[in-house]
Design a protein around this ligand. Structure first.
Ligand SMILES: [Ca+2]
Length: 132
């Protein structure tokens, strides 16, 4: 009887761990651990929690990349991680036009990065990424 109870508890705990991993995704990577050829990672979805943000579709931005038109990611980026020593210069409009802003490190949720009365969530339309 006691053994059955232990087995049951083990199964419950195992399932809780599996569900937690499934619902939290992989979370945001540490800016210091990105590959040396990676300038930044950009993501479509965001939350205010490091363990659950950066879980949407992602795109890798390589060192010295300059992208005038983000295609599928145009006005869709919600979180980003810029490698240590690198800077992602984001622009409001295509072809490096409109308002611009430098991003560094981990940006969990662009919702909180204000631009006038608005914010940068779902608004980056082109970018340049540089590393020292
Ligand atoms: Ca835009």
């Amino acid at each position: 009887m006691e053994f059955k109870l232990m087995q049951f508890l083990f199964l419950v705990i195992f399932q809780v761990i599996c569900m937690a991993n499934f619902s939290f995704g992989k979370g945001c990577p540490d800016p210091a651990t990105l590959d040396e050829f990676t300038c930044a990672m950009v993501y479509k979805d965001a939350t205010d929690d490091e363990a659950t943000s950066c879980s949407g579709d992602s795109d890798e931005v390589i060192n010295d990349e300059e992208t005038p038109d983000l295609g599928d990611f145009d006005d869709k980026i919600s979180s980003l991680v810029v490698r240590e020593g690198c800077t992602l210069n984001g622009y409001w409009k295509k072809d490096f036009n409109g308002d611009e802003r430098d991003f560094t490190g981990l940006v969990l949720n662009l919702d909180h990065v204000h631009n006038g009365l608005g914010d940068w969530d779902n608004d980056i339309s082109s970018y340049k990424c540089k590393c020292v």
